[in-house]
Design a protein around this ligand. Structure first.
Ligand SMILES: *Cc1c(COP(=O)(O)O)cnc(C)c1O
Length: 484
């Protein structure tokens, strides 16, 4: 341990608890926490049965909360009561087992409990020797995630706010490293005047890849065509890479948001590596297929890539927010992301948490991930993933039997895209579902067609919930037909 930390510890040992003669500092209020606990339980108790969409708009909630800054403040209990009471109509029941919007997970009880402790401990988790407790928990969680996903154990792992920022961290490492190999030091000289880095993506990559490209000064990605399920076509990737020259980063995808499809990793990685490119995999929700023996074949060749990003707040069902960035070449990651400052008590062994994400100060957001993995174990994680994919299949089979409904994707994982005979009818179905409130699915466009998309991402979506889901779609469909 560094000397400076020893000094801090010495201070801790010689300071009497309670301070020097003043009134005891009590950093919490039992009744207030009990109030918050009760309000939390009320919310969770109602989650599975309340209508899923919010009833109030932002303006209505703002009016109800009151907009004037109070001159003298108000008692803490009143603040919490006001918050819980007045926000309620504006809350979306995202944790409902029939919430299938975007790709949004619920919260497992063990993850919520762990998250409360994270807030209570209030550790600034940027430096491992300063907060050894939470650093140890995150390091164990990181090793478990690599093991479950079958990724190289030497990879560095950072806990970011989501897949967007995890992806940014990985692509920052990628950009700096491919430029370094081309003889250009971007940390010292910036991007201007250096070789152009080509960011090559499948036509159906997630939009956050483009965002990372913008953050990193790489410009708009170059597209390689995808097949009918949205998978990148390796022979097209080969052509695209051969058409240009210089450093390149190829982004592949585990889990297309419409079809759930997985890129052919083994072949695409081979093609990309032959061209000297770095390969990143965006697996915000799909990476977890690798943790299920049954679904793992979908991810064949995944470990051939150079970096991977995923979310714990989607498939793993920890509360917002937690994304995970993993980079095989840990030195490349640290070169890109480490902050050099004399006042930091940097670790001398291993990497500090802040060297693996874009944040310096941050909450110990890897702790709920540890709690879920410890609670479920390898088998429980596989069961969770299988249940999500199995429920998607049951919903797809159920709605496919309804007259006029087409399931547009091969349901290989957690995503189901359906459509009626034309866009107007599909949009009407979506509107009826929203009005009904029992199920929330998203309207989207896929292959130039309006679709209603179900992303099965909640740990509570079991057989009974899939039956209610199909029944709700049947009800909404009957209303669409009745309205002509
Ligand atoms: C959700 C998602 C992202 C972005 O993740 P955030 O957690 O919202 O930052 C990126 N890629 C894919 C495929 C996604 O589904």
């Amino acid at each position: 341990m560094p000397d400076r930390l020893d000094e801090t510890s010495a201070i801790a040992r010689t300071t009497p608890s309670g301070g020097a003669g003043g009134a005891a500092h009590r950093p919490y209020d039992e009744a207030l926490l009990a109030l918050a606990h009760r309000r939390a339980a009320d919310w969770l108790d109602g989650l599975a049965e309340r209508p899923i969409p919010p009833r109030a708009t932002v303006d209505e909630v703002g009016d109800a909360l009151g907009r004037d800054l109070p001159e003298h403040g108000e008692p803490a209990a009143e603040v919490i009561e006001r918050l819980a009471e007045r926000i309620e109509p504006g809350l979306m029941a995202m944790g409902s087992p029939r919430f299938f919007g975007w790709v949004i997970g619920g919260t497992q009880p063990v993850a919520l409990a762990a998250d409360w402790l994270v807030s209570t401990w209030d550790q600034n988790n940027g430096l491992r020797n300063v907060t050894p407790g939470t650093a140890a928990v995150e390091e164990i969680a990181a090793a478990w995630v690599l093991e479950l996903l079958g990724l190289p154990t030497e990879s560095e792992v950072g806990f970011a706010t989501g897949a967007t920022t995890a992806q940014f961290a990985c692509l920052a490492a990628a950009r700096d490293e491919v430029l370094r190999r081309a003889g250009w030091d971007v940390a010292r000289d910036g991007l201007a005047g250096g070789p152009r880095v080509r960011l090559v993506v499948g036509a159906e990559r997630h939009g956050t890849i483009d965002l990372a490209g913008r953050y990193l000064g790489l410009g708009t990605p170059i597209e390689a065509a995808a097949d009918e399920q949205g998978r990148i076509r390796p022979e097209v990737l080969r052509e695209v890479l051969a058409a240009g020259e210089g450093p390149a980063i190829v982004c592949l995808q585990a889990g297309n948001i419409h079809s759930g499809a997985f890129d052919p990793f083994a072949e695409a990685c081979r093609v990309a590596h032959e061209a000297g490119a770095w390969v990143h995999v965006d697996g915000a929700f799909g990476l977890w297929a690798a943790a299920s023996p049954r679904l793992r074949p979908l991810t064949e060749g995944l470990a051939d890539a150079d970096s991977w990003s995923t979310d714990a707040h989607k498939t793993l069902n920890v509360p917002y927010d937690c994304g995970i960035a993993m980079v095989r070449d840990g030195a490349a990651m640290r070169h890109a992301l480490t902050l050099h400052a004399s006042y930091l008590q940097a670790t001398t062994e291993g990497a500090d948490p802040h060297e693996k994400v874009a944040e310096l100060s941050r909450r110990a957001r890897g702790v709920p991930t540890w709690a879920v993995l410890r609670h479920l174990g390898r088998e429980g994680v596989a069961d969770l993933i299988d249940r999500l994919a199995g429920s998607a299949r049951i919903i797809a089979e159920g709605v496919a039997r309804l007259p006029g409904v087409s399931v547009l994707n091969e349901v290989a994982f957690t995503q189901v895209c359906i459509a009626l005979e034309d866009d107007a009818a599909t949009q009407a179905l979506s509107a009826r579902l929203l009005l009904d409130g029992e199920v929330l699915a998203m309207t989207s466009r896929w292959h130039d067609r309006a679709v209603v998309r179900f992303s099965v991402s909640n740990w509570g979506t079991d057989a009974a919930q899939t039956r209610r889901t199909v029944a709700a779609v049947e009800r909404a469909l009957a209303e669409v037909r009745a309205a002509g």
